[in-house]
Design a binder for this molecule. Structure first.
Ligand SMILES: Cc1cc2nc3c(=O)[nH]c(=O)nc-3n(C[C@H](O)[C@H](O)[C@H](O)COP(=O)(O)O)c2cc1C
Length: 531
């Protein structure tokens, strides 16, 4: 029953050549939900001023493990800033909008981040909401004593309404992409401090909602509630082993004292997309998931290096989505292409080492302008199993010609496919004017047959891979953009997919960006020093 409900949601939120998935007929920009959540009535805990520039370069990050830094309020604040904080303000005519270190579909930012502290010297034991605009923590709950002394956790939730306001029924998918990007962003920021992010798989959504106080309906404006996404343990010592279970933390938090109330997002909710509430309910992560997969098992590490000496922090703060690409740019050097593509299979390095499941997302690429590769459709399975499934399910007429120069890449069909790439991605020129664009095919049925909550997991994985591509593109001197708008079944037709064993969940594009000089860029946190 519930798998059919997921399939029904997935089907009805597909864009087709004939019609887009159901969304608002008109957009009232004055009704845009506030992207910054504030809990009033909570004690505030300050973080050190944003903008610190740790030394670690991209090359060092890629070639060695950074010695772990101490868990301090300063370092915790830096990690939060580089994961979810502001990266710049943009101004065009009368419009002004903030960008963040993590990307978001439509820049709507449904995600909210929380800290659960069990480390009294850093933050009194309790639950904290990260207030992005002010870059400080709002203490939502206190607990008397730590249950897992010294531990530090980061959690994420989504306000679906922020995304649904603009994108209607398809918005649930975008919230899941964003959660995957946010996991990647957190993992990169943590590794800058020599810390590692461990996704806690064992906690159910009901438990996580309770741990973050999201189940206290009276503390949220109706329809502006938050839905729990993920919980991560921050490993900040090389030899640390969890002395207990996260379930104990859940039990301890049942006795927490809660304070504060979420301010209204100042939206008047002209539409209500019921189907989003329904799919969120159906895909709730259940209790009792006991055997987390160790991401280091069974997959070969593929090392890719890039000699970029820029500080990792600068690359994170400068990451942007390209709005336009230069059609006349020189072909992308093959070495750069290889580095980016290989990074999507570096399972033992941040951010992919935060992942707890075997790779279930595989890439198909429209290569337009890459040195040494003929233009055409290519495939990069991210595991041996993926290769077997794809060979069985994709169009039997495909070439499957192994590319000698790029390990694991197969040419499927050689031709200039720029028009097709553009048409499939909702006619967006960013998919055709780049050096290459790609789609992410999920092993869909198999994941849902295991548990329907994996619907969300598959989108998270695609967002995580997207975050790898964003940072790799930036480090290689190029720029990427996530593409959530594409015509699902038209993509499947091009690939010869005839059932739901494989589904394309996300697209991405990388090339030489064109700068729009009319858009002014302003510093991220100038408002903190001015006030
Ligand atoms: C899940 C997702 C889907 C996106 N889809 C599109 C898209 O279809 N077209 C596009 O131009 N940009 C798309 N973007 C890029 C966002 O618009 C961009 O991340 C946002 O405006 C914030 O800008 P920034 O990435 O420069 O911080 C997408 C981003 C994400 C994370």
């Amino acid at each position: 029953m519930s798998k059919s409900a997921v399939l029904a949601y997935h089907q009805r939120t597909k864009h087709t050549f004939k019609a887009f998935a159901k969304g608002p007929e008109t957009l009232d920009w004055d009704d845009q939900p506030d992207p910054f959540r504030i809990f009033e009535g909570c004690p505030i805990f300050t973080l050190p001023p944003p903008g610190r520039e740790p030394e670690l370069s991209w090359q060092q990050f890629k070639s060695a493990t950074c010695a772990p830094k101490a868990m301090t309020r300063d370092n915790l604040g830096l990690m939060l800033e580089l994961s979810f904080g502001l990266s710049a303000w943009k101004e065009f005519g009368p419009d002004r909008w903030a960008l963040r270190c993590n990307p978001s579909s439509g820049n709507l930012h449904p995600s909210e981040a929380y800290i659960i502290s069990q480390h009294d010297e850093v933050l009194p034991v309790g639950v904290y909401h990260y207030q992005v605009y002010a870059h400080h923590l709002e203490q939502r709950a206190t607990i008397e004593t730590p249950t897992l002394p010294g531990e530090m956790y980061v959690a994420l939730s989504s306000v679906h309404w922020r995304e649904a306001w603009k994108y209607g029924e398809r918005a649930f998918r975008y919230c899941q992409h964003d959660a995957g990007h946010a996991l990647g962003a957190l993992s990169y920021a943590a590794s800058l401090l020599g810390w590692q992010v461990e996704l806690v798989n064992e906690i159910s959504d009901v438990q996580l909602a309770s741990m973050l106080g999201l189940d206290k309906a009276e503390q949220f404006v109706k329809r502006e509630e938050e839905t729990p996404d993920w919980l991560c343990r921050i490993r900040y010592q090389t030899d640390d082993v969890l002395a207990g279970s996260v379930e104990q933390l859940f039990t301890a938090l049942e006795n927490a004292v809660w304070q504060g109330k979420a301010q209204s997002l100042k939206a008047y909710h002209m539409y209500h997309w019921k189907v989003i509430d329904e799919i969120a309910q159906v895909t709730h992560k259940p209790a009792g998931i006991k055997s987390p997969y160790n991401s280091l098992e069974g997959v070969d590490a593929i090392a890719s290096h890039n000699a970029n000496q820029q500080p990792l922090a600068a690359l994170i703060r400068n990451r942007r989505s390209a709005q336009h690409f230069s059609r006349g740019a020189e072909p992308m050097p093959l070495a750069r292409f290889k580095t980016m593509i290989n990074a999507t299979r570096e399972y033992q390095r941040a951010p992919l080492n935060s992942w707890r499941w075997p790779p279930a997302i595989h890439l198909f690429l429209f290569i337009h302008k890459v040195e040494g590769l003929a233009p055409g459709l290519y495939c990069l399975p991210r595991s041996q199993h993926g290769l077997d499934v794809l060979k069985q399910k994709l169009d039997s007429a495909f070439l499957w010609q192994a590319e000698a120069d790029v390990d694991g890449l197969y040419a499927l069909h050689l031709n200039d496919l720029r028009n097709i790439a553009k048409s499939l991605s909702c006619y967006q020129a960013i998919a055709s004017d780049s050096a290459f664009s790609l789609g992410m095919l999920a092993e869909f049925d198999a994941a849902l047959d295991e548990s329907v909550w994996h619907y969300r997991r598959l989108f998270w994985e695609s967002g995580l891979v997207g975050q790898v591509l964003y940072l790799e593109a930036e480090a290689a001197g190029f720029r990427g953009t996530g593409i959530g708008c594409f015509f699902d079944d038209e993509v499947h037709k091009v690939l010869g997919i005839q059932d739901t064993s494989l589904q394309s969940l996300y697209h991405f594009t990388i090339g030489q960006p064109l700068q729009d000089d009319r858009v002014q860029s302003l510093p991220a946190y100038a408002h903190l020093t001015q006030s």
